[in-house]
Design a protein around this ligand. Structure first.
Ligand SMILES: Cc1cc2nc3c(=O)[nH]c(=O)nc-3n(C[C@H](O)[C@H](O)[C@H](O)COP(=O)(O)O)c2cc1C
Length: 294
């Protein structure tokens, strides 16, 4: 698990450059030094090899789209978003957890990357929660904790959206669909409960982050769903593999499950999954990333 940054630089007479980096680390307090490691294959590598300054924006939990923009090979990234130049002209981004303006202190050749150590010339820390990166996906540690912090008195149902290739495992009662789910006596054991439930059906799933938490006012129950995946198709008798493209047209067991599955279909196409905690539960609505229209 790491944080996520966007590292930028600008040299006279040339367009600004930048890339998404999780190789960011603190190095020294006196003087204040930190490092990032640009790969030698970066299209911007020649700039990072000779720039005198660079800037690091530590992304906030809702800036997954910015991380994707600076990790993909799209054209001019800086024309697609708002940015401000720091005192040396290096782009920094508003709404971040922190920004650092750096003067290059030392470069160390290291295999297929360069260790670029910089001295902090200016910084700003907003106190916003940072974006995390793990298992090729973004997450928010703060929201994971809040999602797990469900009142003990509630009944908890824990489920999983289990992906296999471009399909999702669903169960059906009549024409009402729902993901595999099980009631869990204590919240602490909720992940274990759904893991065992699937394993008993012969499904060894890899579990990712919490995807959705919502409460049902009618029966004071809390529902938590994880994202998971399998490498081989689950036994046909257990449920059906439904193509993600079909998720938007099914009838679901509850409105909340329907909302979640339609959101899953949209986010699958966008390639970014966001944690959703229902506002009834936490007194606050959180989506990692920008709002989307379903
Ligand atoms: C979370 C994450 C962390 C990354 N960390 C680094 C890194 O530390 N160093 C690096 O060179 N590339 C890193 N990359 C890959 C680059 O962002 C990506 O290859 C780059 O934006 C491609 O830029 P280019 O098309 O200009 O070459 C990371 C990508 C992601 C998604």
């Amino acid at each position: 698990m790491t944080g996520v940054t966007v590292v930028t630089a600008r040299v006279d007479g040339e367009a600004p450059v930048g890339f998404t980096a999780n190789s960011f680390a603190s190095v020294s307090l006196q003087p204040p030094l930190l490092l990032v490691c640009p790969a030698k294959v970066l299209s911007s590598y020649a700039i990072f090899e000779r720039c005198e300054h660079f800037a690091v924006t530590v992304l906030a939990e809702d800036q997954g789209a910015l991380a994707n923009l600076f990790a993909s090979g799209s054209g001019n990234r800086f024309s697609e978003i708002e940015w401000q130049p720091d005192a040396s002209g290096c782009p920094i981004f508003a709404g971040a957890a922190a920004t650092f303006s750096m003067r290059v202190h030392e470069r160390v050749d290291a295999g297929d990357h360069l260790i670029m150590i910089g001295e902090v010339e200016a910084y700003e820390c907003t106190g916003k929660a940072g974006l995390g990166y793990s298992n090729e996906g973004f997450f928010s540690l703060g929201l994971e904790r809040r999602a797990a912090d469900v009142p003990r008195s509630s009944d908890v149902t824990v489920g999983a959206i289990v992906a296999f290739e471009d399909k999702v495992l669903l169960l059906r009662t009549g024409d009402k669909w729902y993901p595999p789910q099980v009631e869990s006596a204590g919240r602490r054991g909720s992940l274990t409960a759904i893991r065992y439930y699937l394993a008993a059906a012969g499904i060894e799933a890899d579990f990712g982050p919490v995807y959705t938490v919502f409460d049902s006012q009618s029966d004071a129950a809390v529902f938590t769903y994880y994202r998971a995946s399998v490498e081989s198709p689950p036994p046909a008798a257990f449920g059906e593999l439904v193509p993600v493209d079909d998720l938007t047209s099914l009838n679901y067991r509850s409105d909340a499950i329907g909302d979640m599955m339609r959101r899953y279909a949209v986010e699958y196409r966008q390639g970014v999954f966001r944690l959703h905690v229902d506002e009834e539960l936490q007194g606050d609505a959180h989506l990692i990333g920008e709002d989307i229209t379903l």
